[in-house]
Structures are given as structure tokens and as C-alpha cells.
Design a protein around this ligand. Sequence first.
Ligand code: PL3
Ligand code: FE2
Ligand code: FE2
Length: 257
Amino acid sequence: MSNLTHSELKITNMQTIESNKKNTIIENSIDENSIDLPDFTSDSYKDAYSRINAIVIEGEQEAHDNYVSLATLIPNELEELTKLAKMELKHKRGFTACGRNLGVQADMIFAKEFFSNLHGNFQTALKDGKTTTCLLIQAILIEAFAISAYHVYIRVADPFAKKITQGVVKDEYLHLNYGQEWLKENLATCKEELMEANKVNLPLIKKMLDQVAEDASVLAMDKEELMEEFMIAYQDTLLEIGLDNREIARMAMAAIV
Ligand code: PL3
Ligand code: FE2
Ligand code: FE2
């Protein structure tokens, strides 16, 4: 595997200068790091990647469009929202490069369909001027989904994609934080809408997770881990917004339907 070549080279160099004991430690740590890493060149990997990569590319494009739309609902924050939207296009370019690097053609038709329900709900809320619902869908649910998935992916990604994804995930926290702070400030007036939007859209996130699980497992991403990471990110955010444990538990239960 190409990511081992550099490390193996390093060992060869070190063997001439380091003690045997030290080399054993270095070799063990390399074994641990490379354990369970998939073969990035296999047909099965590339086939699964053609859908996962498309989902991420489509997700980043839709995130861009959603922040541009949000600026029409929160016009006094046009500048900030434009900044977030621009980051999403940069993410899209990054993940497009990841697919190109592996020689994979992204299945964009599959990805559009994957997002269609959530996309529809965002568009309806936008038309009705429901800022809270739009923010919950994009800045909380989608961003928490992205953050959790990217974290799990970073552990098993090829070296090129790993670097890109590490850069992206830092930005996604800023996006999640944006939604979190707006909802926190407006909690007194938006709680009811927040609960309703969660009830409708959290089950969609769960469904999307179920749908992506099989392809993700080919990329060595574990479904349980994806779900755990998502729930941790989501619960943390709701707590920061100012909801209490009982309200959060009630909201999380919406996923079990
Ligand atoms: C928000 O800025 C972007 C939203 C993107 C949605 C992400 C969905 C993640 C699905 C699982 C992907 C695993 C990561 C693989 C990266 C090539
Ligand atoms: Fe993004
Ligand atoms: Fe984002």
C-alpha cells in the first residue's frame, strides 16, 4: 500500500541508527495504524466510494445553497452566511479531488435522490419563512451528520483524503456553532418550532444513516460508531442551545420510529 511505503522507508533508515528495541516499538505502532485499512484500489472500494463521494459532494453543494437561502431569512447576517456558503464550495472542491485521486466517478444521480426528502423539507420551510426549521436542518442536523461521518472517515481514509477531510471538519464546527448560537439567542421564541422540526427531520437523518451504512462499511466505517458520533454531536449541541436533559431525550426518541 502506498501509505506504508513512506513509513517502511523510514524504518529501513532507522534500523541503521536505532537500537532493536526501539525498532520493535516503531514497527508495532505502524501495524496498529495500518490495521483494518481497506484496499483503496479494489473494485468494491471504488464502487462504494462512487456513492459515498457523491453524497458528500452533493451535501456540500446543498449546504452552500442552503446558507445562501438562509441569508434571505436573516438579511442582517448576509456577510457571515456568505462566508459559510463559500467554505462549502471549497469543501466540495476538496472532496471532488478525493474522488479524482482514487479514479472514481461520483454517482451524482444517486446522491440527489439521497438528499431529496431533506432538501424538500428545507425548501418548504424556506418558502414559509421558517428560519428555525431551516437552521435546524442545515446548521444542526446536516452539520452534525457531516462532522460525525468525517470523524469516522478520517480514521480509515487514504492519506490524500484524510488531509482534506481534516481541514473540512474544522470548518463544519464553525457552521454547527453558527446555528447553535442563533437558536440559543432565540430559544424563547423558537422552541416549539424546533421540537416540531426535529420530530419531522431527525427520522430522515436516521434513514440516511441506514441507507449509507452498507457502502460506509466497505470503506471500513462502522455503523454503530457513526450513530454514536452523531448522537453525541447532536446532544451536545442541543444542550448548548439551552434545552434540558428531558427535552433532549424526548427529541432523541423521535429517531426511534
Ligand atoms: C455540510 O457542510 C456538508 C454535508 C455533507 C453531508 C455528509 C454526509 C456523510 C455521509 C457519509 C460520508 C462519509 C465520509 C466520506 C468522505 C468521502
Ligand atoms: Fe461543508
Ligand atoms: Fe458545513
